[in-house]
Design a protein around this ligand. Structure first.
Ligand SMILES: C[S@@+](CC[C@H](N)C(=O)[O-])C[C@H]1O[C@@H](n2cnc3c(N)ncnc32)[C@H](O)[C@@H]1O
Length: 454
């Protein structure tokens, strides 16, 4: 267990570095005109990936940090689906032909809140407008408590081959505090139904650091999930408490939120349980079976990091469709209007406008630092000087990071071997702290813009 000094030194507010620059750098100086230009600049044949965001849930979980809302009216859900299809058409109209798509991801919220016929029409629209490769990964997030009867077979028919289920923690006391009651039977039933329908890959999300969570409880959840569900992959997130951004989190009982040392111990227990169950630890917070494509990519140094987390997707362009969805291009990133209402309003302002409200342009320095941070987050090691040389800058470019790196080496978090930085096993929980040393946009210490690092 690291000393309390260490927990203080490495406990600041940090981004998860799913992109660099991070979303904290987005502003309104980038907008629909930039999307327009960046879409039109894509050379024929450039592969792209699609992300579709459905912000609706059947009920809101108090811990959730995502842009979500409850939409009970089926007509509202159908109307939102129609907007997604319209935005797909507007995007495709700006692209030249021949862009292979290898990854389609539906996230939220809970995308299965779309009526089945709307989901079917949306997938047909995607296949009509884009060239989906035969072995493309088509994935969707599911809420095991609310999976409509028709959905497992529908997903298989539409070509989905990966699902991600939110489980978080199985302890009833934790679930009650979080406003998300989900029995083990419900979760098992959901996995059984998707597997019976022929969907091969199942991912599970767990969270540590929730109210009333304990080391033993978190370990038991991980052991039960590994044994009973046998997921192909797991994501193990540290609960991000950002009540200044996500008001519903203020309803959680803060006095029973585990502190940094307890969170670290919970994380360590889950890690030990999952490794003992045969999973490989990947990047900051993922686990996968030894033969899984993500494991192979992680071991081969080809894994990537994007807004959905770790991925095997190498496409240089990710196009986000729907409210709050983020797109990433070589030139920069853009984000759509954040709420469903604002998104609908912008889509309604013209028949061919793009619903983008903000973003960021990448400078050459952003591209270089982004490459260093991505390799570190994926490989747990990086040679910044080698990447710098590739980008035509001298080794002194990252001199600012050196004092922090030497301190981290003294703390046993990294080893330094020439220019090569390697995270130690004990240092893996502090990966974001090391990435932050290369972040030139970092907010001044104390600025509460991200969740605590631990
Ligand atoms: C976008 S949510 C969708 C989950 C899905 N709709 C469900 O209900 O199971 C994806 C995952 O984000 C994670 N997540 C959401 N809020 C979080 C927070 N504040 N801190 C850490 N992880 C969070 C949860 O593990 C969740 O399963």
């Amino acid at each position: 267990m690291p000393s309390s000094d260490l927990l203080i030194r490495y406990g600041g507010n940090l981004p998860r570095y799913t992109s660099y620059p991070t979303a904290a750098q987005f502003d309104a100086s980038v907008g629909a005109d930039d999307s327009e230009a960046w879409l039109r600049a894509m050379a024929p044949g450039t592969p792209l990936s699609l992300y579709l965001h459905v912000p609706f849930c059947d009920a809101l979980c108090l811990f959730c940090g995502c842009n979500t809302s409850v939409m009970r009216d089926p007509a509202g859900r159908t109307a939102y689906g129609a907007l997604l299809m319209d935005e797909l058409r507007r995007v495709a109209g700006r692209l030249g032909p021949d862009h292979p798509v290898r990854h389609v991801q539906w996230g939220g919220g809970t995308p299965t809140t779309l009526p089945p016929e709307t989901m079917r029409a949306a997938m047909q629209t995607i296949r009509r407008l884009f060239t989906i490769e035969r072995d493309a990964e088509i994935a969707i997030e599911l809420d095991p408590r609310h999976m409509p009867d028709a959905y497992p077979d529908l997903l298989r028919t539409l070509g989905f081959n990966r699902v991600s289920l939110g489980v978080q923690d199985l302890d009833p006391a934790v679930q009650t505090a979080c406003g998300r009651i989900q029995s083990r039977a419900q979760t098992e039933d959901c996995v059984r139904r998707v597997r019976a329908a022929g969907i091969a890959s199942v991912n599970v999300d767990l969270i540590y650091g929730l109210p009333y969570q304990t080391v033993d409880g978190a370990g038991e959840t991980a052991a039960t999930v590994a044994a009973a569900l046998r997921p192909d992959r797991l994501a193990v997130f540290g609960y991000a408490h950002v009540p200044w951004k996500q008001k519903r989190q203020a309803l959680l009982p803060e006095s029973v939120l585990p502190g940094p040392a307890e969170r670290l111990a919970q994380r360590a227990r889950i890690d030990a349980v999952l490794r003992a169950a045969g999973y490989r630890a990947i990047g900051l917070d993922h686990y996968a079976r030894p033969g899984d494509a993500l494991t192979l990519a992680a071991e081969g140094g080809t894994m990537r990091r994007n807004f959905q987390g770790y991925t095997v997707d190498p496409a240089p362009v990710l196009i986000g469709i729907g409210a709050s969805a983020i797109s990433s291009y070589p030139q920069g990133m853009t984000q759509n209007a954040l709420t469903a209402a604002a998104y609908a309003r912008l889509m309604g302002q013209g028949t061919d406008t793009l619903p983008v409200v903000r973003g960021v342009r990448r400078t050459d320095d952003d591209r270089l630092r982004g490459a260093v941070i991505e390799r570190l987050m994926c490989d747990l090691r990086v040679d910044p000087a080698a990447i710098g040389a590739h980008h035509g800058v001298p080794a002194t470019w990252f001199a600012d990071a050196m004092p922090g790196l030497h301190q981290a080496a003294a703390d046993g978090i990294v080893t330094l071997d020439g220019a090569m930085i390697r995270m130690t096993d004990a240092g893996r929980p502090f990966l974001r702290n090391i990435a932050a040393l290369f972040d030139a946009h970092r907010a001044p210490p104390g600025a509460a813009r991200h969740a605590g690092a631990l």
